[in-house]
Write a protein that binds this ligand. Structure first.
Ligand code: TPP
Length: 364
């Protein structure tokens, strides 16, 4: 119903709640209970506080490179919240909100960004694949998992995330084509945050929308206001129900904006204006949902402030634990790629051990 009415070739963007928190499309407002809406807001607030803190830790030299999610909280939380426990999540690296929603422990997340390989060992019942940095490679894994679910005759679906830049990769094309040809139950969530590092979306492709790429592969596609958590939820739910009942994959382009830097190694002032950033601050997904919740008296300003303080204290406490307990040995990075090390990796590990021994001997 929603996808049908928002043909991506007509460049229509699906929105339910506007920037002031008003419901502008009441017929398509999803039927969410108060508890779920409050949980959405709380998870978005928690993700924001985590981002702000981790960037600070990195600046203090206490952490490796970090990729903040600021501005993209609705895109991830609105889509992940349609999943059931048995479904799979296949992330890139900018899906903090979705991971929180799915119950990923903070210490595991921080361990990864701290540079410790053990942060990639996911508990099996979470059904989240590790963070994937090689752009678009995770899309093929998602399609493989979904195909396996289909062959096993289950109703499990797989959601996968990627950026606007990823749509230029060959892996994107292969994954989309295979998913449609084999009707695998996948939700492709493209977080179009307008940039691939410094490359603006306008230079990424001549296509008017990223959602319209779905047409060539033969799957439903839609462009959604990615800063509107209700629109993201409604579109994702329709796609999930279709996937679960044998209707195959869908592409959702979440039209959003990365308000922070690409990573802590990037300086966005070099390629975008303050005016542009300011215009997007007015569309902040958290401000928008907060206004809605305050108007409806679902929460109070005081509650929000209390939660924020709790989240900040929790991040501080968990991050200190991660710092204190990090006893990872560099050798571990050779051991995690394959279940059995390849001869080449073994050789590299031996070289590395020889190097450590040489250092131990005082470089003689
Ligand atoms: C295969 C591959 N090529 C290049 C890179 C370097 N790289 C890291 S992030 C990035 C930009 C990705 O942009 P996008 O897909 O829009 O995601 P975003 O970071 O904006 O969330 C690039 C090119 C990489 N990680 N993997």
């Amino acid at each position: 119903m929603i996808f049908e009415n928002y043909n991506p070739l007509e460049e229509k963007r699906f929105q339910v709640m506007d920037e002031t928190g008003n419901i502008v499309n009441p017929d398509l407002m999803p039927n969410l209970d108060e508890k779920t809406i409050i949980r959405m807001l709380r998870t978005m607030l928690q993700a924001r506080e985590i981002d702000l803190k981790l960037v600070m830790y990195q600046r203090q030299g206490r952490m490796l490179t970090y990729a903040p999610n600021i501005g993209q909280e609705a895109a991830t939380i609105g889509s992940i919240s349609v999943l059931e426990k048995e479904d799979w999540m296949v992330p890139a690296y900018r899906e903090l909100g979705a991971m929180l929603w799915r119950g990923m422990p903070l210490d595991k997340m921080f361990t990864y960004w701290y540079g410790n390989e053990r942060g990639s060992h996911m508990a099996e019942d979470l059904k989240i694949l590790p963070v994937s940095v090689p752009i678009a490679s995770q899309l093929l894994h998602a399609v493989g998992i979904a195909w396996a679910s289909k062959l096993k005759g289950t109703t499990e679906i797989t959601i996968t995330y990627f950026g606007d830049g990823a749509t230029s990769q060959g892996d994107f094309s292969e994954a989309m084509n295979w998913a449609a040809a084999y009707q695998t139950p996948v939700l492709f969530i493209c977080q179009n945050n307008q940039f691939a590092i410094s490359m603006p979306r306008s230079k990424q492709t001549r296509a008017h929308t990223l959602a319209q790429k779905s047409v060539a592969y033969g799957m439903p596609g839609i462009q959604v206001d990615g800063n509107d958590v209700f629109a993201m939820y409604a579109a994702s739910m329709e796609a999930a129900e279709r996937a679960r009942t044998g209707g195959g994959p869908s592409l959702i382009e979440a039209y959003t904006y990365r308000m922070g830097a690409h990573t802590t190694s990037d300086d966005p002032k070099r390629y975008r204006s303050d005016e542009e950033l300011d215009s997007w601050k007015g569309k902040d997904p958290i401000a928008r949902l907060t206004k809605y919740c305050l108007n409806k008296k679902l929460v109070s300003e005081e509650e929000i402030e209390t939660w924020r303080k709790e989240y900040i204290a929790e991040v501080d406490q968990v991050f200190k634990q991660v710092e204190q307990n990090s006893d990872m040995k560099p050798e571990e990075i050779f051991e995690n790629m394959y279940s059995k090390m390849t001869p080449q990796l073994q050789e590299e590990l031996d070289d590395y051990k020889n190097y450590l021994a040489w250092k131990e001997r005082g470089q003689q």
